[in-house]
Design a protein around this ligand. Structure first.
Ligand SMILES: *[C@@H]1O[C@H](CO)[C@@H](O)[C@H](O)[C@H]1NC(C)=O
Ligand SMILES: *[C@@H]1O[C@H](CO)[C@@H](O)[C@H](O)[C@H]1NC(C)=O
Ligand SMILES: *[C@@H]1O[C@H](CO)[C@@H](O)[C@H](O)[C@H]1NC(C)=O
Ligand SMILES: *[C@@H]1O[C@H](CO)[C@@H](O)[C@H](O)[C@H]1NC(C)=O
Length: 625
């Protein structure tokens, strides 16, 4: 018994001990696993936080947002216009031919953002000559305009016929076509004429613009007739007709730009404009001149960027931001949330400086441009950026109130010879001046609002920028940033965007996302963006459910990181719209039998895969040949 007990006790004790031991082992395993999980999470999130790893971005793959082709692509913000551009390429057209047809199409189906009553910037690069030209078809102030013309009625600067600049788009398209076009001018007009005359379906984006602009549309007989026939606003899916615009396009197709700039069509347009208080004259139209210069070329981050010179603040602005980031000396400087902070700080410096710019035909901006493009200024600004904090606007030497432009539409085109076009077109606000000329069907721009005026009271309480005051025939400053990107003198990409003051930051971010951080083209465009206006001193971050149902929002990680550096954050349900085309240069497909510009291609022009992306934020679709 004793023995048994003695034998049993240890037995019992053994079992208890064994149980205890296995429980302890389980606990140790549990704790160890837990420690590893926690460590893993810390490292994983920490690495994203400190920028060692790019935050994973869930790219929503919609086949419609991307087009691939080795032969040619068009990325517009409306699929119908991309298709029309591609059909021109299919007929053997140059990228510029496709640009004419695409722009005219956009003017019909996206009349809230573009049209022949507005203006545009176009950058063209010819693959055979490697020459890049900038076509400035921006609106000019009428001859009767003056610095103080809006003093008594500030509202007339952005609404009504007095807010209209002399339209430049048709003249600019013609100049570019005269130089590069291969197809008949008239043929490029036919698709747009059909859409205007036979009607087109109102896309969701236009539908929402019509709804937002209800008051404006109902107040103007011309707009009402087209966008609210029978007194009811058109909705998505309805058919819209602009028969007068169809006739106008027919006249310009037949008789060239003279029909508008020096003909009956122009006379009718001038009469309509003057009837509602405008100051436009035939002399204004006759004197309109497209500015054609070499594109501005900037080297940054291993690429050459070709863009518009002033009155665009886009190229010098983009250059300054990239040079500041370049100053950190390593690609890591632009990775992770710290890159966002540095990018925001660089943008704040850029915004302050760009307000010194204006139309170079009227103000001498040479020194400012030299500064904005100079690596030494970028270096000194970079040294003013602290990784642990942000500053109030005066820190950035902010002297003048910001340009807050609106509207616009951008498209990118690359043809089978790798000629490229980057074009941003605009009527400024939604439906421009809020006036449609009844006899011509043309929507008037309100580009005069992009000028500064001496008595203007701005949100930042800073004086308006004198370099940008109104003068007859002067062009207002602009944020539009159409660019073409080269790597080792080969076409690497085309980018541009719409959305006024948000354009430069958006184009910068799409460029960095793809060309520096290596994101796929669609992800580079889709990735949530941040913006800044300098005043108010807030980071504006995207948080919106866009037209196709996608929700775009900056990650919480990044928000926390920025807040810790003293940034005030503000969510906004809007942002710029960007189109992107990239050419894969890694595995070139050189076709040595193809002739370029009449000369046999000796293999010097790469023919890689082209990928075109239309921003999913708008309902646009790209197209490939
Ligand atoms: C306008 O047209 C007339 C002929 O109708 C012509 O003589 C004149 O040179 C044209 N003006 C311009 C600026 O093209
Ligand atoms: C503009 O300014 C620069 C530098 O100050 C000067 O060299 C140049 O001559 C000026 N240009 C004109 C047209 O006055
Ligand atoms: C940021 O860092 C600098 C030194 O690099 C320091 O002088 C400054 O006090 C810091 N500012 C904040 C807000 O932490
Ligand atoms: C972000 O957007 C969502 C959905 O549109 C909205 O419910 C939410 O309130 C927004 N957040 C902020 C901070 O505005």
């Amino acid at each position: 018994m004793d023995q048994q007990q003695r034998m049993e006790r240890p037995l019992l004790g053994d079992r208890a001990a064994a149980n205890k031991k296995s429980r302890r082992r389980a606990a140790w395993v549990f704790v160890t696993v837990l420690i590893f999980i926690v460590l893993g999470l810390v490292v994983y999130h920490g690495s994203a936080y400190w920028g060692l790893r790019e935050e994973k971005y869930e790219q929503r793959r919609d086949a419609n947002d991307v087009a691939e082709s080795e032969n040619g692509v068009v990325a517009a913000d409306d699929g119908r216009c991309s298709d029309i551009g591609v059909s021109v390429l299919k007929d053997g057209g140059h990228a510029v031919d496709a640009a004419v047809a695409t722009a005219l199409c956009l003017g019909v189906v996206n009349p809230m953002s573009s049209g022949i009553g507005g203006g545009a910037f176009m950058v063209v690069r010819s693959s055979s000559t490697s020459q890049a030209e900038a076509f400035d078809m921006r609106e000019t102030a009428p001859l009767a305009a003056s610095k103080d013309m809006y003093e008594n009625n500030p509202q007339s600067k952005y609404i009504g016929a007095l807010s209209m600049g002399v339209p430049g788009e048709i003249a600019g398209l013609r100049e570019a076509w005269s130089k590069y076009g291969r197809l008949a001018w008239k043929s490029l007009f036919q698709p747009a004429i059909r859409l205007a005359r036979d009607g087109f379906v109102v896309a969701p984006y236009l539908g929402s613009a019509i709804k937002k602009s209800e008051k404006l549309i109902m107040a103007d007989p011309g707009l009402r007739k087209v966008f609210a026939p029978n007194g009811k606003l058109l909705r998505p899916g309805d058919t819209c007709y602009n028969v007068e615009l169809g006739h106008t396009l027919e006249a310009i197709a037949e008789n060239g730009p003279q029909a508008f700039y020096n003909g009956t069509l122009g006379e009718n347009f001038v009469r309509d404009v003057r009837q509602v208080g405008g100051i436009l004259t035939m002399e204004d139209l006759r004197h309109y001149k497209v500015e054609i210069t070499d594109a501005m070329a900037v080297n940054a981050m291993g690429y050459t960027i070709l863009g518009m010179p002033p009155p665009s603040s886009g190229t010098p602005g983009l250059a300054l931001v990239l040079h500041i980031l370049d100053g950190y000396g390593s690609a890591d400087a632009v990775k992770g949330p710290l890159r966002l902070h540095r990018l925001i700080e660089a943008m704040k410096h850029m915004l302050a400086l760009r307000m010194n710019l204006g139309d170079p035909d009227f103000v001498n901006v040479t020194d400012y441009i030299t500064d904005m493009l100079s690596p030494s200024l970028a270096k000194s600004l970079q040294q003013k950026i602290f990784d642990n904090t942000t500053f109030p606007p005066d820190y950035y030497m902010n002297r003048f109130s910001q340009l807050r432009d609106h509207g616009t539409s951008h498209f990118c085109i690359v043809d089978s010879d790798r000629n490229a076009v980057s074009m941003t077109t605009t009527v400024n606000y939604y439906f421009g001046a809020g006036v449609l000329s009844p006899s011509t069907g043309i929507v008037l721009n309100n580009e005069m609002d992009d000028f500064s005026t001496p008595t203007e009271i701005s949100v930042d309480k800073l004086p308006p920028a004198p370099a940008n005051f109104v003068e007859p025939r002067k062009r207002p400053l602009s944020s539009m940033t159409p660019i073409i990107i080269l790597k080792d003198n080969q076409l690497a990409g085309v980018i541009g965007g719409s959305g006024g003051i948000f354009i430069i930051p958006a184009v910068t971010q799409v460029f960095l996302n793809h060309f520096v951080l290596g994101m796929e083209p669609l992800a580079a465009v889709q990735y949530p963006r941040v913006y800044h206006e300098l005043v108010p001193n807030k980071v504006l971050y995207e948080n919106w459910t866009v037209i196709d149902g996608d929700h775009i929002e900056l990650s919480d990680d990044r928000k926390v990181f920025l807040k810790e550096r003293g940034h005030e954050l503000k969510a906004q349900a809007k942002g710029a719209i960007c189109q992107l085309v990239v050419q894969t240069l890694a595995s070139p497909l050189i076709d040595t039998t193809r002739k370029i510009g009449g000369q046999p291609n000796s293999g010097q022009v790469f023919h890689g895969m082209l990928t075109a992306v239309s921003d999913p934020r708008k309902d646009g679709k790209p197209a490939g040949l």
